[in-house]
Design a protein around this ligand. Sequence first.
Ligand SMILES: C[S@@+](CC[C@H](N)C(=O)[O-])C[C@H]1O[C@@H](n2cnc3c(N)ncnc32)[C@H](O)[C@@H]1O
Length: 211
Amino acid sequence: MATSENLQTLTPHIIFTSDWSIGSTTERTGGGVWSTAVLLTHYFLSHPTTFNRALSNKNALELGSGNGYLSVVLGSVVKDVNIVCTDTPEHLGLMNKTLDDNCKILENPDRTINVKSLMWGEDNLNEKFDFIFGTDVVYRDFLYHPFLTCLTHHLSKNGTALVGICMTDTTKEFFPICKSYGFRYQRVGDEKGCDGMRGVTFGLFVIEWKV
Ligand SMILES: C[S@@+](CC[C@H](N)C(=O)[O-])C[C@H]1O[C@@H](n2cnc3c(N)ncnc32)[C@H](O)[C@@H]1O
């Protein structure tokens, strides 16, 4: 996971407080920022033009946010994207706190970030999204099917998901299962030779519907 010093250097404009006491007693994972969230933060911050072109006035969904940090990062990069930031019910307090603490940098009245509870595979927001993002989310094999079911419910036909995956937690079985749901995937950096995103044990993956 990321240290508060990492985040301070990376996003000095964002106020973030971790709280590892939240979550179920067996899996307290959502109270801090994990490694692929740092990777996606780098990616958002280093491609502002691309993300503004792609997401202006579009709807985005964060899955397994835990803490709201990444939605604030995206909201600070793209001023008029509408974001729904989600996790299990016990995380809503921390997510709302992160958004409240950063209301000054999220000042654009045209852009909204809404916090909602969303249990993968169980809940359906009955809304399709142009962009879905989530980091360190498929970290247990029993989460693969619920997570992919959630993607099928919410990813629009031409939408794009950007998922941060840590290879020490996610087994290679995830990828054929992903294909079996009708998705294709590509690791970010494989096609561009993007430094810092290849040859490491974690990465960002673009997941889209197969055409
Ligand atoms: C390792 S944490 C990652 C948190 C954050 N995305 C990050 O990268 O810093 C995994 C998150 O997935 C959430 N999660 C796990 N199982 C879930 C499920 N079935 N439905 C919704 N969220 C879930 C957890 O509550 C937790 O916040």
